[in-house]
Write a protein that binds this ligand. Sequence first.
Ligand code: MF3
Ligand code: CO
Length: 250
Amino acid sequence: MSKIPLKSAADLKAMRISCQMSAEVLQAVAAAVRAGVTTGELDQLAQTMIKKMKAKPSFLGYHGYPAALCVSINEEVIHGIPGAREILPGDLVSIDVGVYYNGFHGDNATTVMVGAVDLDVIRLVETTRRALQLAIAATRPGGRLSDISHAIQCAAEAAGCSVVRQFVGHGVGHHLHEEPQVPNYGAPGRGPVLKPGMTLAIEPMVNLGTAAVVVLEDKWTVVTRDGKPSAHFEHTVAVLEESVEILTLA
Ligand code: MF3
Ligand code: CO
């Protein structure tokens, strides 16, 4: 039996704050993405903002991860490590950030197109954004976890894209990764019943080519096996008595 932590009203109040912080950082970093900026400079911006908030970056030091942000470019799917790499015109840049404050994490991600990109890439990005929206719309008290997964898979595959299977969304709260895992594929009506007080990080990772991914030698960066681009969007949401709340909505 899995143990899914349920948050009290007070917990949710606290989580709203850490999630709003992570949304604010994500918005600022996404706005700073442009050709010529290095991924390390984006990480510095995030670290400075988080420090000013008297909060902590959720990812820094997590299983040895060396930065506050994950910045994943083009064929990189997730967990790209910021550094000296310069963003170029035409790049597809995924930014992922978590903020820990007052005992709770907030976790969110977005994908930004830099200048002119192929029409296929626009389709990929809009498909992934819509997959997250449809997944949140499928999240309801009394529903089942895999309703979320199914919504994502349908949205991605209907647009001719594929969903990554090796990495999943997750419960989030006192810990960055809590139960349950939230896969981005599967039949509906399975898995745990969604209950008020559950807080989930829903994060579709969608590829333009095949679903296959590999991890680079740095042990973190996940890339598509076929080298085609990938997009990633993430919100932290709370299941309420009669609805779902997007905690990381900026
Ligand atoms: N949003 C990602 C996740 O929830 C980021 C984790 S990166 C890590 O899995 F460095 F913290 F592992
Ligand atoms: Co996450």
